[in-house]
Design a protein around this ligand. Structure first.
Ligand SMILES: [Zn+2]
Length: 87
């Protein structure tokens, strides 16, 4: 009885995932974007503002070069605070 329930829920999960992927593919097709581009957009890594903790998109955020790499900020206020702190 429990085994059958488990089997059904696993099958349902797989079916929902497959349907989601299919719908995503259709939407990508309608929007005219190549599937690869859409997928990479969704995979964009969010950067964290170290001052206020907000997650920002690296290509839209303000950034400064740090010793270890780039640090991203939501606003000039946070960037200036970071500069003041590390100076
Ligand atoms: Zn901030």
């Amino acid at each position: 009885m429990i085994l059958r329930f488990l089997l059904i829920s696993i099958l349902l999960t797989l079916a929902v995932r497959a349907a989601g992927r299919l719908i995503g593919g259709i939407i990508d097709g309608i929007s005219g974007q190549p599937r690869g581009a859409g997928a990479s957009q969704r995979r964009v890594q969010m950067a964290r503002d170290p001052i206020c903790g907000t997650f920002v998109l690296p290509d839209r955020a303000l950034s400064i070069a740090d010793g270890h790499g780039r640090v991203f900020f939501c606003s000039e206020i946070c960037r200036d605070k970071y500069r003041a702190r590390t100076a």
